[in-house]
Design a protein around this ligand. Structure first.
Ligand code: PGA
Length: 260
């Protein structure tokens, strides 16, 4: 049996449209105090505050010398121009962002983003020198119709179109079954592992085995300290993208500890 490839776990805290200035800065400070260098050497940690607080969170983390990275929950595909309300990838970089989340189910299914737009945003982020988390995942009716793998590999294929092998080292994939997000329902470790294996096989098909062995695939959907270890123990689950449980320092720290 070949050794399991070593992939540094990546834990993301997606704060969504929560936490105003003081609370966002306080949470960032609390996480910086808890996660020493040994923790961030063992686990990549990224927090995703709302747009108005990216700079504030970034400066709190910077002042504390923390290696926790700041991510943005979205970013626009065009570099500049007449796009009222949008924020470019280089603007995000300018305020300390290192990573951008694309393809989150709330953007796909609530805001109505297409696979083409997800792919354009992914390329814009890479071109701006940012890392990317690309989220994919099936809805409940798709799972019940036996279409889980079809949906995940389809979103993956569209999302990663035109990406080079070299760029894949800057991309983390998040498998987030839509029915598990914010619902308290979690995929069983076994079901999540199976979906991750299929996603990794699809990456091997699109790129090669070395890229597939290296890419990190996070699980997202009601991950919390109580279930994190069982999920993260699975050989193909390389971290988590956390919503609700990322809003409390204790809960988020419990998950990061489980990933160590
Ligand atoms: P949840 O959200 O942990 O609240 O289910 C996960 C996500 O949307 O990334």
């Amino acid at each position: 049996m070949p050794d399991r490839p070593h992939r540094k776990p990546h834990i993301g805290g997606n704060w969504k449209m929560n936490l105003h200035h003081q609370d966002a800065a306080a949470l960032a400070g609390a996480l910086a105090d808890r996660f020493d260098a040994a923790t961030t050497d063992a686990v990549d940690v990224t927090v995703f505050p709302a747009f108005p607080y990216l700079a504030a969170v970034s400066s709190v983390l910077c002042e504390k010398g923390s290696q926790i990275a700041v991510g943005a929950q979205d970013g626009y595909a065009e570099p500049n121009g007449a796009f009222t309300g949008e924020v470019s990838m280089s603007m995000l970089k300018d305020v300390g962002v290192r990573c951008v989340l694309v393809g989150h189910s709330e953007r796909r299914h609530v805001i109505g983003e297409t696979d083409e737009l997800v792919n354009a945003k992914l390329h814009a982020a890479l071109d701006a020198g940012l890392d990317v988390i690309l989220a994919v995942g099936e809805k409940l009716e798709q799972r019940e119709a036996g279409k889980t793998d079809y949906i995940n590999t389809g979103q993956l294929g569209y999302g990663l179109a035109g990406v080079t092998d070299e760029q894949m080292s800057r991309i983390t994939i998040a498998y987030e079954p839509v029915w598990a997000i914010g619902t308290g329902k979690t995929a069983t470790p076994d079901d999540a592992q199976k979906a991750h294996v299929v996603i990794r096989q699809a990456v091997a098909f699109m790129f090669d085995q070395a890229v597939a062995d290296g890419v990190r695939i996070q699980y997202g959907g009601s991950m919390k300290p109580a279930n994190a270890r069982d999920l993260l123990d699975q050989p193909d689950i390389d971290g988590g993208l956390i919503g609700g449980a990322s809003l409390k320092a204790d809960d988020f720290a419990g998950i990061v500890d489980a990933a160590k």
